[in-house]
Design a protein around this ligand. Structure first.
Ligand code: COA
Length: 329
């Protein structure tokens, strides 16, 4: 625990998943696949799809829940950091849009594009603004409307992803609870193994990019799988060793929800018992930047003050890392 120093504690958790469910059975009528294949290869049974509205709408719901739960006035929010790869626009940022729609008139904010590591990166950045004493209320939100960039003709990818948003409020804590440490990494050599080829400055939108379906997410699943297991596992173990944590002394491991087989492999790698791992992939699939805070949202009732928690993620870029925090309430 960090002593005599302000720490950035999570004081509220908010989440939003759209009501519309896309089940494995539903996918059977769209592409050549089966419930059995998807369940056994990914652990996913259904995902949510945002049929109406934009990703910012999910973020607004999250920010409102954070304020309600913590008894915070929207006008007291200082900063909103959004991890996303599916903002409403390329610019302005979703943070900008969310602050306007939610009435966070005194906040500024920015988006952070680190794909599935977006929440980890954003949480680490947000905690710095609290630790320095600059701000008192920082909202960190991970959100993605993956259905807006997923190709429902590509069975290799469309079964994996879903839509959702969740986030946390960070506030200064004098008892030492909150974010303790983080190790973040990136390796741009992986940039074309999981990406959205067109729409940026390299390949601006054209008739050809649309015809060739290049505005949709592409992935080399097998290579991504291998990197996800070893990089998430290594980052987790390194951070735990640094803080003298073991599978016994850690209370919760929160892995990015990409594939149940990845979660199982990382758990084996780090020797975690199943009951200490937050898992909700069956119901939401991979919601990219939203998976980690959605785990907090689902497990909030089981978390206790002082619980030692390690989060780990891996995503497009490649980006990956781990965060160690202690629960503050
Ligand atoms: N339904 C049925 N069959 C499918 C299918 C689907 N939805 N998707 C792929 N297949 C087929 C493939 O075409 C292949 O058939 P073939 O052998 O005739 O070519 C076969 O299943 C095996 O494909 P493979 O790619 O080897 O499957 P896999 O076990 O590697 O699982 C992923 C595919 C995508 C689920 C897996 O690689 C994965 O999870 N990768 C990481 C994804 C991820 O986590 N991304 C986000 C990271 S942040």
């Amino acid at each position: 625990m960090k002593a005599n120093k302000l720490t950035a504690a999570i004081t509220a958790v908010g989440g939003y998943v759209p009501p519309d469910v896309l089940s494995n059975k539903d996918l059977e009528s769209i592409i050549e696949t089966s419930d059995a294949w998807i369940t056994s290869r990914t652990g996913i049974q259904e995902r949510r799809i945002l049929k109406q509205g934009a990703s910012s709408d999910m973020g607004v719901a999250v920010l409102k829940e954070l304020c309600e739960k913590s008894g915070t006035s929207m006008l007291d929010i200082d900063l909103v950091i959004v991890g996303t790869i599916t903002p409403d626009y390329i610019f302005p940022s979703n943070a900008n849009v969310i602050c306007d729609k939610a009435g966070a008139k005194n906040a500024w904010g920015f988006d952070l594009g680190a794909a599935c590591s977006g929440f980890l990166y954003a949480l680490s950045v947000g905690s710095q603004f609290i630790e320095t004493g600059k701000y008192k209320k920082v909202a960190v939100i991970g959100m993605d409307k993956m259905s807006s960039i997923v190709d429902y003709q590509d069975r290799n990818t469309c079964v994996i992803f879903g839509d959702g948003a969740a986030g946390v409020l960070l506030e200064p804590n004098a008892e030492g609870f909150g974010v303790q440490d983080f190790d973040l990494y990136s390796d741009g050599k992986g940039r074309e193994l999981l990406y959205q080829p067109a729409g940026g400055s390299l390949m601006p939108p054209s008739e050809d990019t649309v015809k060739n379906r290049l505005h949709y997410l592409k992935q080399d699943g097998k290579t991504v799988f291998k990197h996800a297991v070893t990089n998430m596992g290594d980052a987790t173990i390194k951070l735990m060793q640094k803080h003298n944590l073991s599978a016994e002394t850690l209370d919760w491991f929160v892995p990015h929800q990409a594939n149940m087989r990845i979660i199982d492999a990382v758990a084996d790698y780090a020797n975690f018992p199943k009951e200490k791992i937050m898992i909700n992939i069956a119901r939401y699939g991979n919601t990219t930047a939203a998976t980690l805070p959605l785990c907090f949202w689902d497990y909030e009732n089981q978390l206790k003050k002082g619980d030692k928690v390690v989060l780990a993620a891996f995503g497009g870029g490649f980006t990956w890392g781990a965060v160690y925090l202690t629960w503050a309430y």
